[in-house]
Design a protein around this ligand. Structure first.
Ligand code: NAD
Length: 434
C-alpha cells in the first residue's frame, strides 16, 4: 500500500529554537529523552478502526500512522498498542505493545525505585513515561477515581513497571527511594463530587505516604497547587504569600486539603527529618487530560473541534496562565532531584484573559483543520455564562524561585502546546473514543 507523503512538524520554543528533546541534565540527574519517543506514547490512536480488505492489518496500521500522526511520531510508531476495532461487529481486539520503547540501562547506583501515587492520572502518566524512559523502576498506585489504566497500560508487562490498584487513604508498604505523591482529584467537578473524600485523600493519604517516606527514608515530593493562594490579593503569586482562601466554600475541600497536606509535609520534615519537596503547580494542560472534567483548556478544544460555541464563564476578563505538561514534568523532576526543600511554584507566567484564550484556541483549531484539509461549515462563536462561586479572578505564577534554584523555566509556547493537544483530541475523535 502506498502511503501519502507527510511533512514532519517542527516544534519551536519561546526563542524560536526547535524542541527535539524534553528534560535536561542537572543536579547530576540526566533526564533528557527525545520528544518523538515521548510523543509516540500518546499522539496516536490507540487502535485502528478497521481491518484491511485482505485482512492484513499491518497495511491499515501503516497507512493510518503515516497519514495522521507520522508528522509527530516519526519512526517511533511501533511503540503503541495496536488494537483493532471491528465496526461490523462493534468489537475490539486488544493487543498489548509489540515492542517497548528503549529505556536507559542505568547502573544500580543511579537506578531509583520510584513510587508515583496517582500515576494513572493526567500529570502522573506523563511523569511515569519520563521516569520509565530514563530507566528507573516505577510503581504506580492509583484507585482509578479519575485516572485510568489505559493512560499507563503501554508499560504493562515491562520489567521495570508495576501498577497497583490502591487507595492512598489506606497504608501502603513498599521499598522505595523516591515518592511522587500526586494522588488527589484535581478538577472542580471531581474534587467536589465527594468533598469529604477529597479531604480524606489530602490528609490521610498524605499522612500515609509521609509515614512510608519516613520508614524507607525515601525523598518525598507532593504536588500541591496554586489553589493554596485562593483568590489572591498579591499578583503574581510568590511562594511566601500565605493565600486568601475561603475555608467553607465549595472549593475548600481541595484548597484547604492541599494546605493541610503541605502543613503535614513540613511537620514530618521538622519533626522526623523526612526529606521533602513541595511543588505548587499552576494550571497545566496537555494530552491525556480528561476532556469532560470541566477544565477550561479541554472544554474549549473539544467544543471547537465539535463545531460547538465556546463557553466563557463571566465576561472572560479573569486571567489564567497555562503551562504545557512537558514543562511541568521537567519542573517536578528537577525539584525532586534538587536540594530545594521550600515550596516552589511551577507554572507559566504568560497571562491570558479567558476570552483571549478562547480566541486563541479557536484560531489553532481552525489552523489544524485547514492543514488537515477540513472545511468547517461555520465559525464557532464565544458565548458567556454565569461565573461559578469562588472562581479566582487572577492567577499568575511568580517563578523566580524555580528559575533561581532549579534553573527551570517553561520552554513550550501556549500555541505549540495547544496545537499538539488539538491533534491529540482529533486522534481520539478519529478512533471514536471522544
Ligand atoms: N493538572 C493541573 O493543572 C494541576 C494543577 C495543580 C495541581 N495539580 C495536582 O497534580 C496532581 C495530579 O493532577 P492531575 O491533573 O493529573 O489530576 P488527575 O485527576 O488526572 O489525577 C489524579 C490521580 O489520582 C488518583 N487518585 C485520586 N484519589 C486517589 C486516592 N484516594 N488513592 C489513589 N489514587 C487516587 C486518580 O485516580 C488519578 O489517577 C494532583 O495532586 C493535583 O492536585 C494539578
Amino acid at each position: 500500500m502506498t502511503v501519502p507523503e507527510v511533512e514532519p512538524l517542527r516544534t519551536l520554543d519561546k526563542n524560536g529554537k526547535e524542541i527535539t528533546t524534553v528534560g535536561f541534565q542537572r543536579f547530576g540527574f540526566d533526564c533528557e529523552v527525545p520528544l518523538d519517543v515521548v510523543r509516540a506514547l500518546y499522539l496516536r490512536p490507540h487502535y485502528v478502526i478497521t481491518e484491511a480488505a485482505n485482512g492484513d492489518v499491518s497495511d491499515v496500521l501503516d497507512s493510518q500512522e503515516e497519514a495522521g500522526h507520522a508528522r509527530f511520531t516519526k519512526g517511533f510508531s511501533a511503540y503503541q498498542s495496536k488494537s483493532i476495532f471491528h465496526p461490523e461487529t462493534q468489537s475490539i481486539s486488544y493487543t498489548t505493545l509489540t515492542r517497548f520503547p528503549p529505556v536507559k540501562l542505568l547502573p544500580p547506583s543511579q537506578r531509583k525505585r520510584v513510587l508515583v501515587t496517582g500515576g494513572a492520572g493526567f500529570v502522573g502518566s506523563h511523569l511515569v513515561d519520563r521516569l520509565m524512559l530514563l530507566g528507573h523502576e516505577v510503581t504506580v498506585i492509583d484507585n482509578f477515581f479519575t485516572g485510568s489504566k489505559t493512560s499507563v497500560s503501554h508499560w504493562t508487562g515491562h520489567p521495570n513497571f508495576e501498577l497497583v490498584r490502591h487507595d492512598v487513604v489506606e497504608p501502603f508498604m513498599i521499598e522505595c527511594d523516591q515518592i511522587y505523591h500526586l494522588a488527589c482529584p484535581a478538577s472542580p467537578p471531581h474534587y467536589q463530587f465527594n468533598a469529604v473524600k477529597t479531604l480524606k485523600t489530602s490528609f490521610q493519604g498524605t499522612l500515609n505516604m509521609l509515614g512510608l517516606a519516613k520508614r524507607t527514608k525515601a525523598r518525598f515530593l507532593i504536588t500541591s497547587t496554586s489553589e493554596v493562594y485562593g483568590d489572591p490579593e498579591v499578583h503574581p503569586q510568590h511562594e511566601d504569600y500565605w493565600g486568601h482562601v475561603n475555608p467553607i466554600g465549595p472549593r475548600a475541600c481541595y484548597d484547604e486539603g492541599k494546605r493541610v497536606a503541605e502543613t503535614l509535609t513540613y511537620g514530618f520534615h521538622r519533626q522526623d527529618n523526612v526529606d521533602v519537596r513541595v511543588a505548587r503547580i499552576f494550571n497545566t494542560y496537555g494530552p491525556r487530560m480528561n476532556p469532560f472534567d470541566g477544565r477550561v483548556v479541554s472544554n474549549f478544544i473539544v467544543q471547537a473541534l465539535r463545531g460547538q460555541d465556546l463557553t466563557v464563564y463571566g465576561d472572560g476578563s479573569q486571567t489564567r496562565s497555562f503551562q504545557y505538561i512537558h514543562d511541568l514534568v521537567d519542573g517536578l523532576i528537577a525539584l525532586m532531584n534538587s536540594p530545594e526543600t521550600r515550596p516552589v511554584n511551577i507554572g507559566s507566567s504568560d497571562e491570558f484573559t479567558i476570552l483571549e484564550f478562547a480566541e486563541l484556541v479557536r484560531d489553532i483549531v481552525e489552523k489544524v483543520q485547514r492543514e488537515d484539509g477540513e472545511r468547517p461549515t461555520r465559525r464557532v462563536q464565544i458565548v458567556h455564562e454565569g461565573l461559578p462561586t469562588d472562581d479566582p479572578k487572577q492567577r499568575q505564577a511568580d517563578t523566580n524561585r524555580a528559575r533561581q534554584t532549579l534553573d527551570w523555566q517553561p520552554r513550550w509556547t501556549v500555541r505549540m502546546g495547544l496545537e499538539e493537544m488539538v491533534r491529540y483530541y482529533k486522534a481520539k475523535m478519529a478512533e471514536g473514543s471522544l
